[in-house]
Design a protein around this ligand. Structure first.
Ligand code: FE2
Length: 403
């Protein structure tokens, strides 16, 4: 296959890309088509590596009709509504909703997804998604987080379920320290999760400080553990919205330990601008972590939808440019250069968060032929026009085409 006339990652000049046996084998200008070679005309459009969604809950997605609404709009009512529904989860029903969600992603050029799966009550949803992960592997790479939504120290059952899910094949150990009974329980939960991840050689991704409480400071505990254990980049902190409320002096100290540790931060702007600030009158907090300052300090920040059409968020369609655009607006990242470069947040930074091996991701000779081609010639244009992708290619195969 030969892709003609694409602008690779905002390049000024157009290039051609040749693919053989699912791998990028040549990149250059004016490459001649070989006999019988399939040609895709890029028409000067942007080529980017696939989008990465680092944080979704596939077990809850598209469940809103069945669960009923979250009338207060708070995270805590969302958890309450979900906890009722999950008592009678059905494996096939979870798989069917998750598959429909993955199709939404596929349409929008997302090929890598990290999904948290609530294991607090039982392992029905986890088993459903573990099966699904294998079924969809050719088209979308799924990482599963064993997620103790109720708090891992809430009961022995949750603790047992967490370890069982990890031993069954969860890629990542999850947690929620700010939802544990006390600060002390929260700290103990982080210790337990890190130990579990080390025992099974897994990654860590914690729902961390997702609250408008400036005293919620588990991120420093997590980063210190990541630093002391050497787990570093294998550890991610999701949400970290309390950072919005921290004072600047504390943030400066916090950024030091974040940099030392190498932990990744995952922001979920769509969902958090909806859930946070709900206890405020006016002014209302924006409910987002400090993406701009984190990036300026060299800390890896990626993004996720978190939820789609469920008790935590009523909208969402799998489009990572929508997630990104909300974050860019909320964090005052609207300069031309910031907008144009921001594709890295939902591509390379996401791949870093997922700990993908560098040789498995990106547009370069020798790497798998996984990419999207857009109508606009720059990412600025893609964000401005929202025309979406023209072609999505995975392992050298067109898996989605709008023409
Ligand atoms: Fe989440």
């Amino acid at each position: 296959m030969l892709i003609k006339n694409v602008k690779i990652e905002n390049a000024d000049r157009e290039a051609d890309v040749r693919i053989k046996n699912g791998t990028i084998c040549e990149i250059g200008e004016n490459l001649k088509a070989l006999e019988g070679e399939e040609i895709i005309e890029g028409q000067g459009g942007l080529m980017l590596p696939p989008f990465v969604d680092c944080h979704i809950h596939l077990d809850t997605c598209l469940s809103l009709d069945a669960t009923g609404a979250n009338t207060s709009g708070t995270l805590f009512e969302g958890i309450r509504v979900w906890s009722e529904y999950r008592k009678n989860l059905d494996k096939d029903e979870v798989q069917e909703r998750a598959l429909r969600t993955l199709h939404l992603y596929q349409e929008k050029g997302v090929q890598y997804v990290r999904s948290h799966v609530d294991i607090s009550n039982d392992l029905t949803a986890f088993e459903a998604l573990l099966e699904l992960k294998e079924k969809v592997a050719d088209e979308i790479e799924l990482q599963l987080v064993a997620f103790p939504q109720d708090g891992v120290l809430t009961s022995e059952k949750v603790q047992k379920n967490l370890e069982t899910a990890v031993s069954m094949g969860a890629d990542v150990v999850g947690g929620i320290p700010h939802f544990e009974l006390t600060r002390e329980h929260g700290e103990r939960s982080i210790q337990l999760i890190i130990e579990l991840a080390q025992k099974y050689d897994r990654l860590v991704d914690i729902h961390c400080d997702e609250i408008d409480d400036d005293y919620s400071r588990f991120l420093e505990v997590l980063a210190a553990k990541a630093y002391e254990t050497g787990m570093g980049k294998k550890v991610s902190a999701s949400h970290t919205t309390a950072m919005h409320s921290y004072n600047n002096a504390y943030c400066s100290k916090l950024f030091r330990v974040l940099k030392m540790s190498g932990v990744n931060i995952i922001a979920n702007p769509l969902v958090n601008v909806n859930l946070q600030g709900r206890f405020d009158t006016y002014p209302k907090r924006r409910g987002i972590t400090r993406i701009k300052e984190l990036l300026e300090n060299g800390i890896n920040v990626s993004m996720g939808h978190d939820d789609m059409y469920d008790p935590f968020y009523p909208l969402g369609n799998g489009d990572m440019t929508e997630v990104l655009a909300m974050g860019l607006h909320l964090c005052h990242m609207m300069g031309y250069r910031e907008l144009n470069d921001s594709y890295r947040i939902i591509t390379y930074n996401g791949a870093n968060t997922l700990n993908l091996e560098p040789e498995r991701y990106g547009i370069a000779v020798g790497r798998p032929a996984n990419f999207n081609i857009f109508k606009g010639g720059s990412f600025f244009e893609v964000l401005r026009s929202r025309q979406g992708i023209r072609h999505s290619v995975r392992n050298g195969r067109v898996i989605n085409s709008k023409e």
